[in-house]
Design a protein around this ligand. Sequence first.
Ligand code: IP8
Length: 269
Amino acid sequence: MRERVVVKWGGGLITEKAELKTANHSVIDRLAAELTEVVNNGIDVVLVHGAGSFGHLKAKQYRLAEGRTEEEIEGPMTQDEAVTAVRNDMIELNDHIMAALTAQEISAVRLPPHDWVHGTGLDFEAKFDLFNSAPSGIVMVTFGDVVSRDAPFDFGILSGDDLVARLVQELHDVKRLVFAMGGVDGVLRHAPKEGEAQELIERLNPDTNFTGEHATEMDVTGGIGLKVKRGFDAAKHECDVMLINGEVPGRFTSACLGHEVIGTRLTVP
Ligand code: IP8
């Protein structure tokens, strides 16, 4: 049977997080080239990407993660208009990803979550059959998005980190989950500080202590803490989970192929 891997390209890796709707084209193009090598090794890939500056900034301003609010929100749009705007922005970011995959002659299909998911967090309802019906060799692509929720919330933010954990659970035969991140080699013991050496945790179990950084002023989802949490959810399903630095050429491919690579491996007892 062909191996299957689920990968997440973090929003901080593929976009400039603080600059509204700015894609990191050079990183996206290189990751797409690395993905070709993975696909050419006979591995089926589900690619999930984060939102970065195409999702978090507007979602934060219009408080979309909280769902519908009667409170006054500052800005030119209503919350409903912001829902549509962020969904469109995510499609725009995804267009960049799909174009980079096409340039590498990778056959890929995109599945925007607002079309097949209801609810947020780990327990969302979804049509996972869409993934199981994909022919071998086709990369299935999805991403963090604004999705529908039950009233009174009506909508909310689904993180790509929740998506990857559920995909590992629902697709059963996933061998590996790789989180490719920007700016860090994996999970660090302490949040990185300018001019200070970083201590990488190479093996992380659920009891290991670390103090992760989370840019709450920018992010509407959970930062490194959510990645680790969802990574452990996936690791319970006999899936190898690695967090690596996607900015260093070659590490993404190596991790997807199951080779030794600098990063953090999650271990469950
Ligand atoms: O960057 C967030 O997804 P994430 C999705 O994977 C939006 O956490 C629209 C902010």
